[in-house]
Structures are given as structure tokens and as C-alpha cells.
Design a protein around this ligand. Structure first.
Ligand SMILES: *[C@@H]1O[C@H](CO)[C@@H](O)[C@H](O)[C@H]1NC(C)=O
Length: 334
């Protein structure tokens, strides 16, 4: 009995020692990070404080201490006095511990950051950043062109890849095409836009269009993940349907990552054609607004499916970039 008791005490001791060592390890790391950032600050770097990572998830956002141009990014709130700007992702704005209550420097910029549209923020996240409107925010950083800082869903690295492709890429990708359309959707019931886009796709399928549908909506996320590259490359079109209707400048990874980057012609629904035209090369996409009915669009896609030369026209901006394309590329590459 006594032996058992001693053993309990010893194992408890070991556990505490282990936790203590872990804490010590992280603390020294944090202090090292802090020292390094302070050193950089003293040698002229500009500190940008990100108040909280998106949703507070440690795996989202840039790394602590990352250099971006002449700036250095930190999440260490102790550095608020040294920071030239403080970024608030919209998910950080509902917290009650906000710096303005006890601290505000008139030379410092508070920046509002979102990648999501208002419908998603309001209805899916139930967040109302509007209450921080009144002289809290100095600058916006969003996907909208008229933001103070344009922050699109196309990363710089991806933009450099996409805009440096030429004829050999087009020859290669076209030679792989055999299937018609792909759509991957995670939401089809929650937001109004998601319901409307689902209805439109259903009508295209009813019109006899071959669309392979994957994602959480269809209960086959795992099957999608297992698709081999040659199948993924074989789709001619990707249904880059956003989950919001008439949302200004809202072009997400649906358009850039899933369609353009992966060599599929994007079909756009939701964001108006005028908006899309101001954000992407001309002739790089098909807009549902150009068709009176889903039937009409289905007929056009079936025509393109049989006419590879007409289909290839949608890659003209890649093979032969015009002036507008070069201008657009600068928007994303810099
Ligand atoms: C940001 O806005 C606040 C509140 O309106 C203001 O006091 C501050 O001077 C502004 N910052 C800059 C750098 O203009």
C-alpha cells in the first residue's frame, strides 16, 4: 500500500516537472522572439501588430516575426506602443479586450481585415463589425479594389505562376482535357447565395450537362481528395460560383485557385460581370449573366465541349497577354 502511494507521488512529480519544462521552453522562445523583434525595431524596421490570428487559430496567418518588405509582423500585444499599425481580423473585433479602451496613439493606424464577404460575416459568423465603425478603424484591408490595402484571394506567389504561363502551358493543359465540368462546394444550404447557386447548378444538370459534384454538400469530400491528378486536370470548366449574390469585387479561391490556377475555365455566378471584368483578364471566364437561362448556358458549354478551338479562345490571355492582362497581373504580383 505504502509503495503504491509513493509511486503516485513520484508520477505526479514527474508530470509537474514535465509541464514546468514545457512552460519554460515556450517562455524562453517567446522572450527570444520579443528580443529579436525589438532589435529589428531599433535598427529601423516597422512593426505591424496583428491583434489576433483569424479565429484565434494558431495555424492561420503569417508567422510570428515574419519580415514583409521593411516591416516585421508580430502577435505580441506588449509591442503595441512600438507598432506603426495594428491589424484586426474581423474575428478579433468582437472581443471586449480592445486596446482603444486604455491606449490610442494618433500616429498609429488601426486596420480592419477581412477576406470574407458581408453576407458570410453577418449570417455565418454572426459578427457585426459595424459597431467598430465610429473612428475606430483607419484603414481597410479586403478583397475590394477600393480598400486602402487591396488583399485579394490570389496570393503573390500564385499570381506570378499564373501570369507567367504561355503557349507551352496551354498546349499541355488542353491536351489533358476530356471531362466537362467540376464543382466542389462546402455549403449549399446555409447562406442564401449558396442555395441559389445550388439551384442554378441543378438546372444545368437537368439540361443534360455533365457536372461532377463534390464536397461537403454531397457527402463525398473523401472521394474528391482521392481523385488522381489526371482526372483533376481533365475538367474543362470549373463552376466558380460564389456563396453571395452581387457582392462587390468578391472573387475568391473558387475563381483563382480552383479554376484559373488549375487550368480550368471559370464559370462565374454571383459576382457581377462588371466587377469581374475589373479584376481579371478579359476573355478568361464565362459569366452566367450572359445567358438568359441555365438551358442556354448548358447549350453553349456543350458546344465548347465539342469545339476545342473555340474552347481554347479562353486561354488567349495566357498565350498572348494583352495590355489589360499585364495591368491586371501587376495588381496581384506586387
Ligand atoms: C486613426 O484614427 C484615430 C481615430 O479617428 C485617429 O485619432 C488617429 O489619428 C488615426 N491615425 C492616423 C495615423 O491617422
Amino acid at each position: 500500500y505504502l509503495y503504491k502511494r509513493y509511486w503516485n507521488i513520484i508520477s505526479l512529480g514527474i508530470i509537474f516537472l514535465f509541464i514546468y519544462c514545457c512552460l519554460l521552453y515556450f517562455k524562453t522562445h517567446a522572450i527570444e522572439d520579443q528580443r529579436r523583434i525589438e532589435n529589428e525595431y531599433n535598427s529601423g524596421k516597422i512593426i505591424i501588430l496583428s491583434w489576433r490570428r483569424p479565429w484565434g487559430f494558431s495555424w492561420l496567418g503569417h508567422a510570428e516575426g515574419q519580415n514583409i518588405g521593411n516591416c516585421i509582423l508580430t502577435y505580441d500585444r506588449n509591442l503595441i506602443r512600438e507598432a506603426a499599425a495594428v491589424i484586426f481580423h474581423y474575428t478579433a473585433l468582437d472581443n471586449e479586450v480592445m486596446p482603444w479602451k486604455h491606449y490610442r496613439n494618433e500616429k498609429q493606424y488601426f486596420i480592419f481585415w477581412t477576406m470574407d464577404g458581408p453576407s458570410y460575416m453577418r449570417n455565418a459568423e454572426i459578427r457585426h463589425p459595424v459597431k467598430f465603425d465610429h473612428s475606430f478603424i483607419n484603414w481597410t484591408m479586403t478583397y475590394r479594389l477600393n480598400s486602402d490595402i487591396f488583399y485579394p484571394h490570389l496570393s503573390m506567389d500564385m499570381a506570378r505562376t499564373v501570369f507567367s504561363r504561355r503557349k507551352p502551358y496551354v498546349d499541355d493543359i488542353i491536351s489533358k482535357k476530356s471531362r466537362l465540368g467540376l464543382w466542389v462546394a462546402q455549403d449549399s444550404h446555409f447562406l442564401l447565395g449558396s442555395k441559389l447557386r445550388l439551384k442554378y447548378i441543378d438546372e444545368l444538370v437537368e439540361a443534360g450537362l455533365s457536372i461532377d459534384r463534390y464536397g461537403w454538400c454531397f457527402g463525398n469530400t473523401q472521394a474528391y481528395k482521392k481523385l488522381p491528378l489526371e482526372v483533376l486536370d481533365s475538367y474543362k470548366f470549373y463552376f466558380a460560383f460564389e456563396d453571395a449574390k452581387e457582392c462587390i469585387d468578391y472573387l475568391t479561391t473558387e475563381f483563382w485557385d480552383q479554376a484559373v490556377y488549375k487550368g480550368r475555365v471559370p464559370l462565374v455566378w454571383g459576382t457581377s460581370k462588371a466587377t469581374v471584368e475589373s479584376l481579371v483578364p478579359s476573355g478568361s471566364f464565362i459569366h452566367t449573366d450572359d445567358f438568359k437561362t441555365p438551358n442556354e448556358l448548358a447549350a453553349y458549354l456543350k458546344y465548347l465541349d465539342k469545339n476545342i478551338a473555340a474552347y481554347r479562345e479562353y486561354f488567349k490571355w495566357v498565350e498572348n497577354p494583352d495590355e489589360k492582362t499585364l495591368k491586371i497581373s501587376k495588381l496581384y504580383e506586387q
